[in-house]
Design a binder for this molecule. Structure first.
Ligand code: SAM
Length: 206
């Protein structure tokens, strides 16, 4: 892919990939709590959609046992971010972690996963409804989908307006009805909101 065929988010991450790991610790929170809700088992197959540089890989990989079929696939459409994710994997003893480049809204991986995880990615995907449709198609029976992302800052009156505007400039749209859309697709959905709407974790299953 060359610069001309990039979409705006891919262009954004070509510039942000080098500083991503240095900066995001400051505002992307609740990773451990979200991974805990996955209730990972050694044999699970996990897909992280919009895995970025792989900041969540260590939290998940340690629960998965490749000798029992456990596997983690990181998917992202930004080659710049994936290069860093692949580098992270190459430095660790993780035979069960792989990265693939694909657009989540059109992905066709011809397999299913026990857990599908989104960490600060669903709010950046313009065609997020199609992505949830693809997610459902890729979920194994008795599987679970976990969304971790920014909330709407409901209890942050003026500051919330500033946060939403700042996020919008950075290609993040928190105003979409993500949880309602999950409820349209999955019978069981639970939601934990954190810090007055700063972030939420939604868990969906059949
Ligand atoms: C804020 S980063 C989150 C990265 C990582 N999950 C984390 O928690 O640090 C959002 C990621 O979603 C990816 N992304 C956005 N839209 C996508 C799409 N349509 N398909 C695949 N990845 C996408 C971006 O390239 C970026 O790496």
């Amino acid at each position: 892919m060359n610069e001309r065929s990039e979409n705006p988010v891919q262009g954004f991450y070509r510039f942000h990939a080098p500083i991503y790991d240095l900066t995001r610790w400051a505002f992307l929170h609740r990773r451990k709590a979200a991974v805990r809700t996955m209730q990972l088992q050694p044999h699970h197959n996990v897909l992280e959609i919009g895995c970025g540089t792989g900041l969540n890989f260590a939290l998940m990989a340690k629960h998965l046992d490749p000798t029992r079929g456990g596997e983690l696939v990181g998917l992202d459409f930004s080659e710049a971010m994936l290069q860093r994710a692949r580098h992270r994997v190459s430095k660790r003893d993780w035979p069960h972690v792989t990265c693939i480049q694909a657009d989540a809204s059109t992905m066709q991986l011809d397999r299913r996963f026990d857990r599908i995880f989104f960490s600060y990615s669903i709010t950046m995907i313009p065609d997020w409804r199609a992505t949830l449709d693809r997610t459902r198609e890729h979920l194994a029976p008795a599987g679970r989908v976990i969304l971790l992302d920014f909330g709407r800052f409901e209890r942050w009156p003026l500051l919330g307006t500033c946060c939403r505007a700042w996020l919008r400039i950075n290609h993040v749209d928190v105003t979409q009805p993500f949880v309602d859309a999950l409820r349209e697709r999955f019978p069981n959905v639970s939601v934990n909101r954190w810090l007055g709407g700063y972030a939420f974790i939604a868990i969906a299953s059949e």
